[in-house]
Design a protein around this ligand. Structure first.
Ligand code: GRF
Length: 216
């Protein structure tokens, strides 16, 4: 069966892009990365695309509409059925979001709707929460909003700093994004209002306490 073609938009490091590339290396994975688009020429993720033999382009940053037009053309030329934002740090043109609605997803390093925007891990530490995590969601016009597809929970440890918490959340991101893209590719996501129903999906029966109740 033909695999879903995914276009990935990046601005930097591209470790989530790498997680998707690695997942797609398995022929049984139902999606493949067809094109990578960066708004920055110096994005390290471009080298990851090159190393994997994936077409990649830098779209002009002159203005938001010009970027959107160039990205849209490249995505359509590549036959993309899903656009995944992976550390893409520019606000998207509203027309682009509307054109790709329900076929445009993002990953964010918090349990949305908590801590949208920049420095989500720093916001979590400042708020003193005991758990944070990451979220994959369909993109809507407002930043870091839209129906939630999947989340991973990461406990905040005493003495965590932003870098340590971000590292543990990132490790969860690298598991969560390939899962969410797989569920989309398998046609198992149904958007009902602001919620996403996952066919065959089951929530784990867990209640994690932080601090753990086994503390002595
Ligand atoms: C990730 O934490 C992602 O959740 C956020 O930006 C970071 C991108 O990292 N949107 P990378 O470029 O995928 O390594």
């Amino acid at each position: 069966m033909a695999r879903l073609k995914v276009g990935v938009l990046i601005s930097g490091r591209g470790s989530n892009l790498q997680a998707l590339i690695d997942a797609a290396a398995d022929p049984a994975y139902p999606a493949e990365i067809a094109v990578v688009i960066s708004n920055r020429r110096d994005a390290a993720g471009l080298a990851r695309a090159a190393a994997a033999g994936i077409p990649h382009i830098v779209a002009p940053e002159t203005d938001r509409a010009a970027f959107a037009a160039a990205a849209d053309r490249a995505l359509r030329d590549a036959g993309v059925g899903l656009v995944a934002l992976a550390g893409f740090m520019r606000l998207l043109d509203e027309g682009f979001v509307a054109a790709w609605t329900d076929r445009l997803v993002n990953i964010h390093p918090s349990l949305l709707p908590a801590f949208p925007g920049l420095h989500a891990q720093r916001q979590a530490l400042a708020a003193g929460v005991k758990f944070s995590g990451c979220t994959v969601h369909f993109v809507r016009a407002a930043v870091d909003t839209g129906p939630i597809i999947a989340q991973a929970v990461v406990a905040v440890a005493d003495g965590d700093d932003e870098a340590r918490l971000a590292d543990r959340i990132l490790a969860a991101e690298h598991r969560l994004y390939p899962l969410a893209v797989r569920l989309f590719a398998e046609g198992r996501l149904r958007i009902v209002g602001n919620q996403v129903a996952v066919a065959g999906g089951a929530a784990p029966a867990l209640a994690a306490l932080n601090p753990s109740e086994t503390l002595t």
